[in-house]
Design a protein around this ligand. Structure first.
Ligand code: NAD
Length: 259
């Protein structure tokens, strides 16, 4: 239970879903966890109280990852509270606008790209600034919760598909840039995970059944199944894994058209 003992982690969007599961697991494994929320301070409080009552260490921070200033402030606050940060998990994200390109407004496009792409970019850059100041590159980790949509496209989702595809190349480029310092940068690509982001599908039994039937595992994944992979990527066990993506999708993304 001490896989991350002595480490400090920032997990963006950890008041809910996958981020929440990652925060709880990292704390259980000994990390101090900065739980960030955007709206819904209540839910962030529940996460830090769950961590603290199990003997772990966590603090809640409000941030809109789409806002460069707020991201800078988040890193200043965590630095002031705990000093150096070892692990950054860029998890915060929103769904696409469910609109064909022909009808997509600039505001819809901007909202998704700013949250799902600029957000991780701002956080990565602030994290690198902190690493430079402390000079503690080796063993540091960036983990982006991307999506199978970094490769797989669905119509009406161009904003999300584009953001996640760009997040793939942001991660891979950064992995090369910091490779000589043995810092690792990896993505996780979930398929359909049963979290609030999929509320529309989850709350409709017929729709959920249809969606789950398409998945070769015939079920959606859990946030905990994604968190387990994040723990591996955060740990010493993944010391030579970088510039890669771990899929957590019940084989959904390798399914061919004739299945
Ligand atoms: P979720 O809605 O439960 O969690 C999303 C989190 O991001 C929330 O805590 C929310 O407050 C936060 N967030 C949203 N906008 C933000 C902003 N501007 N600034 C700061 N925080 C913000 O959904 P989830 O399924 O846990 O999603 C987490 C990540 O996983 C997202 O990046 C999502 O794209 C990705 N993902 C999810 C699935 C899935 O099926 N659930 C599949 C592939 C990828």
């Amino acid at each position: 239970m001490d896989t991350l003992k002595g480490k400090t982690a920032i997990v963006t969007g950890s008041s809910s879903g996958i981020g929440r599961a990652i925060a709880l697991l990292f704390a259980r494994e000994g990390a101090r966890v900065a739980v960030t929320y955007h709206a819904g301070e209540e839910r962030a409080r529940e996460v830090i109280e769950t961590i603290r009552s199990a003997g772990g260490t966590a603090r809640a921070y409000r941030v809109d990852v789409a806002d460069e200033e707020e991201v800078g402030e988040l890193f200043r606050q965590v630095d002031g509270d705990w000093g150096d940060v070892d692990i950054l998990v860029n998890n915060a994200g929103i769904n696409g606008s469910n609109t064909p390109v022909e009808q997509m407004t600039t505001a819809q496009w901007d909202r998704v790209i700013r949250t799902d792409l600029y957000g991780p970019f701002f956080c990565c850059r602030a994290f690198l600034g902190l690493k430079r100041r402390y000079g503690t590159w080796k063993g540091s980790r960036i983990i982006n919760v991307s999506s199978i949509h970094q490769w797989v496209n669905v119509p009406r989702n161009a904003d999300y598909n584009a953001a996640k595809a760009a997040l793939r190349n942001l991660a891979y480029t950064l992995a090369l840039e910091v490779a000589d310092r043995e810092m690792t940068v990896n993505n996780i690509a979930p398929g359909m995970i049963l979290t609030p982001i999929n509320e529309r599908v989850i709350s409709d039994p017929e729709l959920l059944k249809r969606a789950e039937n398409i998945i070769p595992f015939h079920r959606g994944g859990t946030a905990e199944e994604v968190a387990a992979v994040a723990l591996f990527l955060a740990s010493e066990a993944s010391s030579y894994v970088t510039g890669s993506t771990c899929k957590v999708d019940g084989a959904l993304s390798i399914l061919g058209p004739d299945a």
